[in-house]
Design a protein around this ligand. Sequence first.
Ligand SMILES: *Cc1c(COP(=O)(O)O)cnc(C)c1O
Length: 380
Amino acid sequence: MSREHPAEFASASVRSIAPYTPGKPVDELARELGLKDIIKLASNENPLGASRAALAAMQAALAESWVYPDGSGHALKQALAAHYGVAPAQLTLGNGSNDVLVLLAEAFLVPGTEAVLSQYCFAVYPLAVQATGARQVVVPAHPASHASMPLGHDLDAMLAAVTPATRLVFVANPNNPTGTWVSAAALEAFIAKVPASALVVLDEAYFEYAGDAGCGDGLAWLERYPNLVVVRTFSKAYGLAALRVGFAASHREVADVLNRIRQPFNVNSLALEGARAALADREHVARSVALVAVERPRLARGLAARGFAVLPSAGNFVLADCGDAARAAKLHAFLLRQGVIVRPVGNYGLAQYLRITVGLEAENTRLLGAIDAWLAGGAH
Ligand SMILES: *Cc1c(COP(=O)(O)O)cnc(C)c1O
């Protein structure tokens, strides 16, 4: 009798997956170091929290927790359709946009097909692709020496990597963890050239924060490009990361496919109600965006003044260059001891950088002060 462990029967592609590394939870650091008053600038959450209207809507929905949620997400889809000017039939709701990204991979990728993604792209794309056994084509990003968008997506190279076997092309605009973006004009020209046999998955998780960076609005292009899928989330500017709700807007035929394979109740009732109220609370979104508009440049200037080159960012975070991997690791460890959690990005092949979420004014000031203490300590 062989003594194989059942886990060995998982597919080779699944077994090759490196699990996603999340930002360190506050409670975990508190347990490990016995610290109080910890701040987390590691997962691009909204430091203003959830909107009060969303909290109230969820409180009201709580009593109905014994009933299955509306599996069609009717009310949220109606609200999204009205807000964004798309048809409800173009929408697919997900348990976070992560769910929608996985659904796209499950629906369109099989062994023998290919997905094109950029070096330094969001880690969920390779995870979703690898599970299917499809070939992952990773296109080198712009080099760190690039004049305008270091480490950004190279759309020309991505287009050149598309073959008749390509089914999905992932573009994050702006991208996480780099913060970099592509211009609306360059992106639309790119989408226009991708053949109909491949879907362009345009992930706009940070859309609200991009402001006047010139990223464009993927939803406005859906009419023209039937092979475009725009993915949005309630986890970032809407402040509902724990609720897990996101959506895709696409051609209705694509939405029809995705809606066939999703779990019947993939978005829970609290998330449906919370998201609907959050969408309507424009004031909360505006305040969240305004905070980042002020604090992102201040944080970037503060880091630059302390000798850390910062990549251009259109998200609610910045990527700071610590010079080399050892220095980044030392600073990360020091900041943890000070109760400041930032995100190491070695899993992205970016070990010399740290990704820092834009927090409240006082949080950003505390981070900069902790860096001053590190620099003054001379241990770097
Ligand atoms: C945070 C993030 C998301 C959102 O993920 P959810 O599953 O919706 O929480 C999607 N894409 C990118 C690039 C992100 O950084």
